[in-house]
Ligand binder design. Structure first.
Ligand SMILES: *Cc1c(COP(=O)(O)O)cnc(C)c1O
Length: 428
């Protein structure tokens, strides 16, 4: 029998490099498996206690009243993520939409919110009204809801309480700050993700300065990376996308919002309308895939993380700058690799795309994407459009030409594709 490297025609010297990279990350991958199994048991217990049955795979149409499967999904999300209530819907078209529902639902004209992790993710800029063309689009700014951004990431990482406290205190001189906004993952910024311990430290200090504010976390890419979630270290409300971690690769679409019940109801009033809130919203046949996907999510997040640490070790070995390094504790499942040159970045994305199960014959090219200011190149040969728990690589086409790699559902696939992409970049 040929081994996988022979199947891909890797030269022997390169096969050896890959074996070495895998050897280096073995211990880290075992740690990842332990977190996955602890999260898996949490899921199992929630499914058992909620008494999920075949009947929950049924669907509703129209208004979607009394959708028992949908109600159980929301109960399970709330329990597993540590909140009182959850809104988990295919009608939330993206993570950005889920986050926007929270902001529109909670903030009122004249209110401000404070982002403590710098400028929020690119696709939120239009929501905030920060873009040039965003006047009279219905952005938050149109409703006289303003925001301030400070960057406290270095203070959090170095546990510099005094510096963090000073920055928060200075920001607190602005009146009407009703919400503190925390972005856990890096987005398209060259900053590290926040680990659960980082969030715990940050939120404890935020509470001292802003005792009455709502603490909101953009939890995209963070779910199941650790054995606790942001609500379990003090956040009030979290939101994310079902075509990332918590959809387990099976959710065909959707987003989630979990937290304090009153806050979730307010956000739901923006997804539907005040009055209908969480009561309406047909599941349209998605209950089965949302339930199974959530149940499988800890395992698939583990697979993705195994691929991420492998990529970190391999590309570091080949002389590229990677973030995080393979041994570092992770707060999300994104791996960055800095290529320094547009051609190399594009070649890497091209290779990842060509080693995908879907659209392997398609060549990704940089293009404008809705919600993004810069041209983006996206390699995503995925079963669900844009799904990034599946193997995907994307990047703004700008210096330092760093790729944001989300390793896939199956470690063996990620390993093969990442290795093949690496071979395409090394001198022969
Ligand atoms: C993916 C992501 C979002 C939401 O993006 P969508 O494409 O709208 O789902 C928000 N914040 C961060 C940090 C993200 O990575």
């Amino acid at each position: 029998m040929k081994n996988w490297q022979e199947c891909l025609d890797f030269p022997q010297y390169f096969a050896n490099i890959i074996d070495e990279a895998e050897e280096i990350v073995r211990e880290k991958q075992q740690e990842i498996a332990l977190i996955a199994s602890s999260n898996q048991v949490k899921l199992l217990q929630a499914f058992r206690q909620t008494k999920v049955g075949d009947e929950d795979f049924q669907t509703t149409t129209g208004y979607g009243y009394n959708d028992i499967g949908r109600e159980k999904i929301e109960k399970i999300f709330a329990q597993v993520f540590g909140g009182e209530a959850a809104l988990v819907r295919p009608q939330l078209v993206s993570g950005t939409h889920a986050i926007a529902c929270c902001l529109y639902g909670l903030l009122r004209p004249g209110n401000k919110f404070l982002s403590v992790t710098g400028k929020p993710y690119d696709t939120l800029q239009m929501v905030l009204g920060e873009e040039k063309n965003s006047s009279d689009t219905g952005s938050l700014r149109d409703f006289n809801i303003d925001f301030l951004a400070i960057d406290t990431i270095d203070d959090i990482k170095s546990r510099d309480k005094i510096s963090l406290f000073t920055k928060l205190k200075n920001a607190a001189t602005a009146p009407s700050i009703k919400l503190i906004y925390i972005q856990r993952s890096r987005g398209y910024a060259l900053r590290p993700a926040l680990t659960i311990a980082d969030l715990e430290f940050l939120i404890r200090n935020v509470r001292k300065v802003f005792p009455l504010a709502t603490v909101f976390v953009d939890n995209c890419y963070g779910e199941f990376v650790a054995d606790r979630e942001p609500l379990q270290v003090g956040a009030d409300l979290i939101a994310g996308s079902l075509i990332k971690n918590p959809g387990g690769g099976l959710a065909p679409a959707g987003g989630y919002i979990v937290g304090n019940k009153g806050l979730v109801v307010k956000a739901a009033g923006r997804l539907t309308v005040p009055g209908a809130g969480m009561e309406m919203g047909p599941s349209l046949g998605t209950n089965h895939r949302l339930l199974q996907g959530f149940f499988l999510a800890p395992h698939f997040v583990g697979e993705a993380l195994k691929g991420a640490v492998f990529a970190a070790a391999l590309f570091e070995k080949l002389g590229f700058e990677v973030q995080p390094k393979f041994h570092q504790e992770r707060g999300d499942l994104v791996q960055t690799i800095r290529f320094g040159k547009a051609e190399v970045l594009q070649e890497f994305c091209k290779q990842i795309q060509s080693y995908s199960p879907v659209n392997s014959h398609v060549v990704p090219v940089p293009a404008h994407m809705p919600g993004y200011e810069r041209d983006i190149i996206m390699a995503a040969g995925t079963f669900v459009q844009g799904s990034s728990l599946e193997l995907s690589a994307d990047a703004p086409l700008a210096p330092p030409y760093t790729v944001f790699l989300q390793s896939g559902l199956v470690y063996a696939h990620s390993k093969a594709a990442i290795s093949a992409a690496a071979l395409g970049l090394v001198p022969k």
